[in-house]
Design a protein around this ligand. Structure first.
Ligand code: GDP
Length: 204
């Protein structure tokens, strides 16, 4: 899918105030510093659509961007950073869980994982929770340019192997590099495919 237009719509901390209407959401979430802002900017071919921040946990909002006048790309706050208070973490958790539980428009959550790291408890717990809520998700391995191709293959295989312990079937996954613009077309093609399926269903 070619991204022809990407327009910031609004930022919220409440699912109730997220944009209403017919457009579906595709959400992006991951630990702070995983490369989420860079990926969003690379997908949309824009430098500063999503704000890359050097301070982890700075963006604490649900950000909606309207893509091609057809769907929302949703930039969710990064999780798992150490430098915020317990109270702040709880507040964050409550509106993010509310977003996932209540946002009917959500079609797929893309969970970002830094390809260099071993599977982290915080990510695995989050994936398990998405599964328990029966929410569709896909994995996006980021920063693939930081490893040699052989290591990329090994790391990905090891991650999927770990997931097999808990999951009957594996989610779709994408290996990406925002720096090298790799794997982005596959990811947007997947969004296009879901959009086509929805259109097909609506036409029935
Ligand atoms: P966020 O906190 O998840 O939004 O992460 P950012 O997009 O701000 O990226 C965090 C850091 O990782 C920044 O220093 C980025 O330049 C770097 N980064 C992000 N994506 C890539 C990538 O694909 N390749 C490389 N080499 N670095 C990346």
């Amino acid at each position: 899918m070619q991204i022809k237009s990407a327009v910031f719509v609004e930022s919220n901390t409440s699912v109730d105030r997220c944009p209403q209407g017919p457009f579906p959401d595709f959400a992006f979430i991951g630990r702070s510093n995983v490369g989420k802002s860079s990926l969003i900017n690379a997908i949309c071919n824009r430098k500063n659509l999503a704000k890359t921040s050097s301070r982890p946990g700075k963006t604490q909002l649900i950000n909606h961007f309207l893509i091609n006048d057809q769907w929302y790309l949703v930039d969710l706050p990064g999780y798992g950073y150490a430098r915020v208070s317990k109270k702040e973490k709880q507040k964050f958790q409550s509106y993010i869980t509310a977003y996932f539980k209540e946002r009917k428009q959500l079609l797929c959550a893309f969970v970002l994982l830094d390809i260099r790291h071993e599977p982290q408890a915080v990510d695995l717990t989050f994936l398990e929770w998405l599964g328990s809520q029966q929410l569709p998700f896909a994995l996006v391995f980021t920063k693939a340019d930081k490893l040699k191709p052989k290591q990329v293959a090994l790391k990905t295989a090891a991650y999927l192997e770990q997931l097999k312990a808990d999951w009957e079937s594996l989610p779709p996954y994408f290996i990406t590099s925002s720096a090298k613009s790799e794997g982005l077309e596959q990811l947007t093609a997947y969004i296009g495919q879901i959009m086509d399926e929805i259109k097909g269903l609506n036409a029935l």
